[in-house]
Design a protein around this ligand. Structure first.
Ligand code: ADP
Ligand code: MG
Length: 558
């Protein structure tokens, strides 16, 4: 039998597919399963317009069959199969996608679940196999064929006996080398894991014979290996289900299954958008910050699916830094993927989705804040600092978005309050939003600088986080009220007993002068204070940088 060669340029392409398109070898299985799913979809679409064909969902499946003895892995489907011509053109020409043509010919615009488009995925099989054999019978042909190839030196086609339409792909798995392990692609647990990771939401059952040790019947402690055919994918993605059918528990289970976190999520957000860019998403606000959350090691991102197939594990572009704690996934049918399906060709769609998600997260947080204060405070204890970093690091650009999510401890309420609550309680004569900084609420409470403001009956926000004052400086004001530190030189509080202090200043002129001399390198001036009540002395700052900020800045590494 004469061997047919791949076209010259195809040889190069094949090398490229095998060696450089994919960053992970395990995706070969995703590609073969996607092709199998496409092949079944094609029967489904055909049945929509062909009266002679009925589509019984239960007749269609994909089967994965590893065999350690023969070192083969089979991927079997009951799909539409290929004629001889199709074998030649689809598998004999690299970068020829029969599936792409099918979509065009049938003008499948809506609900086009067919995954194939580039015509390279199949060859990913050569990343793990020395020989790939395809046995196929087309729904449209009485003949069945075998296509076989060892890679770049070409392929053979011959007729075989096969009764039912469909395709069986047999991979002769490579031998292990010193650096590479291929045995894993024959292990049930590993194959299951790969299917779960990339192909869990393929709409047809992916079956595999799984060996399990079970209690022998009639005995109490004797076990035997039982082989059982199992469906290893979940098929219907939770995000495509109707919200009304889902319980909190379903969302929690998904969170745990996906290892988004080991805690219980505080809140989930289920989004279905049918706008310019269609997408579904399930997002979670975790209760606790992961141990490495406030370190450089933490990687933000959402899982990104294209039509139910995982293409990116952590898509960072979907989340702004200030919401980097959000976990979850996005699935869209409108993404333009690049050839490896690991990246996107245009980020326009992604940008629209990211913007949309951003708004939803904010709305959700605000609604927790409004409806379940206790829950919000839990959230804030874990991630409030990140929101404040967000205000600070974007030069106040996200002011509008973030300011209403902030909480600070109030001298009056003795609990965390929002800026909105603070401002709504301000007496008419109060000009500023006052704050005081310190290590703890207890210590701030004792600060001499707070005395006059408190006596005036004004509320003071306590800043105990280093970032607080920096963030507030970026905000500049809230509802046109500027922020004012209780230790700043001018408090903006009218004083009428000016005369008395002037007199005192005069009387003690010499004392102040000598104090100033002694403290020459520590303070700029020594004056009579109008703000003290029970305390004899306090420090105040002039200008923008407060004493607390100065401490933080000085402690920073150069
Ligand atoms: P793509 O899926 O992007 O089209 P592939 O290299 O994965 O590219 O597959 C090339 C073509 O081979 C497919 O478009 C399809 O026409 C055909 N094909 C591959 N696998 C199968 C299969 N299991 N059943 C039927 N046709 C298949
Ligand atoms: Mg494909």
């Amino acid at each position: 039998m004469a061997k047919r060669e791949f076209k010259a340029e195809s040889k190069k392409l094949l090398d490229m597919v095998i060696n450089s398109i994919y960053s992970k070898r395990e995706v070969f299985l995703r590609e073969l399963i996607s092709n199998a799913s496409d092949a079944i979809d094609k029967i489904y679409y055909r049945a929509l317009t062909d009266d002679h064909l009925t589509f019984n969902q239960s007749d269609y499946y994909i089967k994965i069959d590893p065999n350690k003895d023969t070192r083969t892995l089979k991927v079997i489907d009951t799909g539409i199969g290929m004629t001889k011509e199709e074998l030649e053109s689809n598998l004999g020409t690299i970068a020829r996608s029969g599936s792409f043509d099918f979509k065009n010919e049938n003008e499948l615009k809506d609900g086009y679940d067919i995954i194939g488009q580039f015509g390279v995925g199949f060859y990913a099989a050569f990343m793990v196999a020395d020989t790939v054999t395809v046995m196929t019978k087309s729904l449209d042909s009485d003949e069945a064929y075998k296509w076989e190839s060892q890679g770049s030196d070409g392929y053979t086609i011959e007729t075989i006996d096969k009764k039912e339409p469909g395709t069986e792909i047999i991979l002769e798995i490579k031998e292990n080398t010193e650096d590479e392990n291929y045995d894993e692609y024959l292990e049930e647990y590993r194959l299951k894991q790969i299917v779960k990771k990339y192909s869990d939401f393929i709409r047809y059952p992916i079956k595999m014979d799984v060996t399990e040790s079970k209690l022998k019947e009639g005995t109490e402690d004797e076990y035997e290996d039982v082989i059982e055919e199992q469906t290893i994918n979940s098929m219907v993605p939770i995000w495509k289900k109707n919200k009304s059918e889902l319980t909190d528990e379903d969302y929690e289970n998904f969170y745990n299954e996906k290892h988004y976190g080991y805690d219980k999520p505080l809140k989930h957000i289920h989004i279905n958008v049918d706008g310019t860019v269609r997408y579904n998403a399930i997002l979670y606000i975790p209760e606790n910050a992961p141990y490495n959350y406030y370190t450089k090691e933490y990687e933000k991102g959402l899982e990104l699916y294209s039509n139910g197939v995982l293409i990116m594990e952590k898509c960072a572009d979907l989340l702004p830094d200030y919401f980097s704690f959000v976990k979850g996934m996005v699935d869209s049918e409108d993404l333009s993927l690049n050839i490896s399906r690991e990246m996107l060709q245009h980020d326009r769609q992604l940008k629209i989705i990211a913007k949309n998600i951003n708004k939803k997260i904010k709305t959700q947080l605000l609604s927790i804040l409004r409806d379940d204060r206790e829950k919000y405070e839990k959230f804030y204890a874990s991630f409030g600092q990140q929101l404040k970093f967000g205000v600070y690091s974007d030069y106040g650009m996200n002011k509008e978005l973030l300011q209403d999510l902030l909480l600070f401890y109030s001298s009056k309420e003795k609990k965390l309050v929002t800026l909105e609550e603070y401002v709504s309680r301000m007496p008419e004569d109060q000009k500023y939003i006052y704050y005081a900084t310190g290590d703890s609420n207890e210590r701030i409470e004792k600060l001499p600088q707070t005395e006059m403001v408190a006596e005036k009956g004004y509320e003071i926000l306590y800043f105990t986080d280093e970032i607080d004052e920096f963030a507030i400086k970026m905000l500049m004001n809230y509802k046109e009220k500027e922020f004012k530190s209780v230790s700043s030189g001018d408090l903006g509080i009218e004083e009428d007993e000016n005369k008395e202090s002037e007199e005192k200043e005069e009387e003690n002129k010499d004392l102040f002068a000598s104090m100033k001399e002694i403290l020459a390198d520590k303070v700029k001036d020594v004056r009579v204070s109008k703000r003290l009540r029970s305390h004899p002395v306090c420090l105040t700052a002039e200008g923008e940088i407060s004493i607390e900020m100065e401490k933080v800045i000085n402690a920073m590494p150069d």
